[in-house]
Design a binder for this molecule. Structure first.
Ligand code: SAM
Length: 359
């Protein structure tokens, strides 16, 4: 092994230069990076994998992110919002099947009606689950009062990816208007944390215009804001988005995949006790993508429990997996995948991030 990589891996904290070197590691050097991440994971987290039943409850979105298939301008998407009954039924399914937690995810809508609706749903879900059950929200940027209200009503985790921590790149992949302001997204993360949530963020790896230096900064950003959870996946193009035009500038899908795994490994070493999700997007490049992430660094799996008929309309990127399956099919697949990755499904455990519990 290259002595420099060997020296870097003797530490658990890395400088920007170290991270860059690790991200550039060749195949044989990468094995040592993965080995170290596995050791840290096994020592800090063990082999448990927590389940988060993912309910993609609405694709209505006021935003127009240039990478996202459900952006407002995509007129080919059939817009939907699950009924309250469908959402409660999905939460009940997760609770009955001992999933331990759910994620309520949607496009970004900022209105009194939406705030009231999520609030009402949270109260109803909490009546079913009691307190020993995780409820993550992933509903975009909201006002401080909304975050507080939802927290009081039972949500205890919030996931808001920064997408990239580089302002210039952020501005290249988002429209320039009052809905897509870099500083506001960062401020939201600060407010979410202050409110008391376990805070999760992440990036897309392999975006057009993204460099290794940007990714190193992203990792340091996540460390600096002291996250509890992390959701990172490869960027995958979607035909009906503005960024699709730049597809010829991208690194190949398998390179994006390998780079994502390296990022996860580095994060596991540097942020040893956080929860790391095995993102669905990994599986759209490599059939065993989520298993590989679990073997190296991840300890969270998000089986999709959205009713099957809606899934095709939550197509964030091309070839998104699990579109044709039902929640029950995703369930048996989940257990098989986690076993294949030598993980133990943590049925019935909410799986709070150790990092949060130690705060
Ligand atoms: N609206 C919420 C928000 O802004 O956080 C949550 C929903 S949003 C669709 C969830 C995530 O999907 C985004 O944070 C983004 O990272 C990911 N995503 C969207 N388009 C993608 C693409 N083309 N490739 C990979 N991930 C994508």
């Amino acid at each position: 092994m290259n002595t420099s990589i060997k020296n870097i891996l003797q530490n658990n904290d890395f400088s920007k230069d170290d991270i860059i070197e690790l991200l550039y590691a060749n195949q044989s050097e990468t094995k040592f990076l993965y080995q170290k991440a596995k050791e840290v994971k096994s020592g800090q987290i063990g082999d448990k994998v927590y389940l988060r039943g993912l309910i993609e409850f609405s694709n209505l979105c006021a935003k127009d992110c240039f990478y996202c298939g459900i952006g407002k301008s995509n007129k080919n998407v059939q817009r939907y919002s699950l009924s309250d009954r469908e959402i409660i039924q999905a939460a009940q399914f997760a609770f009955d099947e001992h999933y331990g937690s759910i994620v309520l995810q949607s496009g970004e809508v900022k209105s009194r009606e939406f705030e009231n609706r999520v609030d009402r749903l949270l109260k109803q879900i909490r009546k079913i689950t009691g307190n020993n059950f995780g409820i993550t929200l992933s509903c975009g940027e909201q006002n401080e009062s909304t975050y507080s209200r939802w927290f009081e009503s039972g949500a205890n985790r919030y996931l808001l990816r920064i997408e990239t921590s580089n302002k210039e790149l952020y501005n290249k992949i988002h429209p320039h208007d009052f809905l897509h302001i870099f500083e506001k997204r960062i401020e939201s993360l600060r407010v979410i944390k202050k409110t008391g949530y376990q805070v999760g963020t992440g990036i897309m790896v392999g975006l057009p215009g993204q460099t290794i230096s940007h990714i190193a900064d992203d990792i340091l950003f996540m460390k600096a804001i002291d996250i509890d959870m992390c959701g990172i996946g490869p960027y995958i193009e979607h035909k009906e988005t503005p960024l699709f035009e730049q597809r010829n500038t991208l690194m190949p899908l398998n390179a994006r995949f390998e780079l994502t795994l390296k990022v996860l490994a580095i994060i596991r070493i540097m942020m040893k006790d956080i929860n790391i999700a095995a993102s669905t997007a990994l599986q759209s490049i490599d059939k065993l993508g989520r298993e590989k992430a679990i073997q190296i660094a991840a300890n969270v799996f998000m089986p999709n429990i959205t009713p099957q008929s809606y899934r095709k309309n939550y197509n964030l990127y091309d070839n998104k997996p699990c579109i044709a399956e039902s929640p029950v099919e995703c369930q048996s697949c989940t257990v098989a995948r986690i076993n294949l990755a030598n993980g133990k499904v943590a049925f019935g455990e909410a799986g709070d991030a150790k990092h949060y519990l130690h705060r």
